[in-house]
Design a protein around this ligand. Structure first.
Ligand code: PRP
Ligand code: MG
Length: 208
């Protein structure tokens, strides 16, 4: 049987995904959270796991470098990747929100400045509302932007709400809920349908 390649996101969600993989009955002897290795195989070599940056998982899957990816909906949406999303793993739950200082008065009501790590998601949201915006693309610590006048508001992930609270910011509007999803390369879904479906079913049973 042909091998399937599974791209997993490094970082926060990796721990939960690894324990879920263990529950599928597939064992990856060298796979541990502490390991710096990036490629792992299960015992019969039918599954190859590669660890990549979360933002890159949709790219690996869209290009066919991986058949399957497990990654947050945030990265899937932002990537605009053309892939099948087939399963919600219901872990890594959080949401996208618009946030800012509760009493903020934008200096230009025509065009709001939005700081975000997720320009595509922010653009889509404000376009739907008919609100023109200017994006300030940041790569982290986005909550600083409204505090120091770099932006009117932010579009970012809210999980516990602690980062917002500790910086005196509030959620002004929720955009969409996020969780970890399984995505599949469109060609692999046809050419390796047996392996792909078998893996998805194993995962579904592990999730029960
Ligand atoms: C993420 C996200 C928020 C925060 C949300 O940032 O961008 O800032 O976590 O979590 P909370 O609601 O539980 O506080 P992260 O810690 O990944 O850092 P970064 O944005 O600087 O990359
Ligand atoms: Mg952050």
């Amino acid at each position: 049987m042909e091998q399937i390649t599974l791209a997993l996101a490094k970082g926060r969600p990796a721990k939960q995904t690894i324990s879920l993989l263990e529950k599928t009955g597939e064992h990856f002897p060298e796979l541990t959270e502490e390991s710096r290795k990036l490629v792992f195989h299960n015992l019969d070599q039918s599954i190859k796991v590669i660890f990549v940056k979360a933002v890159d998982v949709p790219t690996y899957v869209e290009k066919g470098a991986a058949d399957i990816g497990i990654v947050g909906k945030d990265n899937i949406l932002e990537s605009l990747a053309d892939v099948y999303e087939l399963l919600d793993l219901k872990i890594g739950k959080c949401k996208f929100s618009v946030a800012g200082k509760a009493d903020h008065q934008p200096s230009d009501n025509q065009k709001l400045t939005i700081a975000t790590k997720y320009p595509n998601i922010a653009k889509k949201h404000f376009k739907k509302k008919g609100q023109p915006i200017e994006i300030v693309k940041l790569n982290g610590s986005v909550e600083l932007a409204p505090l120091i006048g770099l932006a009117d508001y932010i579009v970012d992930i809210v999980e516990t709400g602690n980062t917002l609270r500790e910086n005196d910011l509030s959620v002004l509007e929720d955009i969409e809920t996020i969780s970890t999803r399984l995505i599949v390369n469109k060609a692999s879904f046809a050419t390796k349908s047996m392996q792909v479906n078998q893996f998805i079913n194993q995962l579904k049973r592990a999730l029960e």
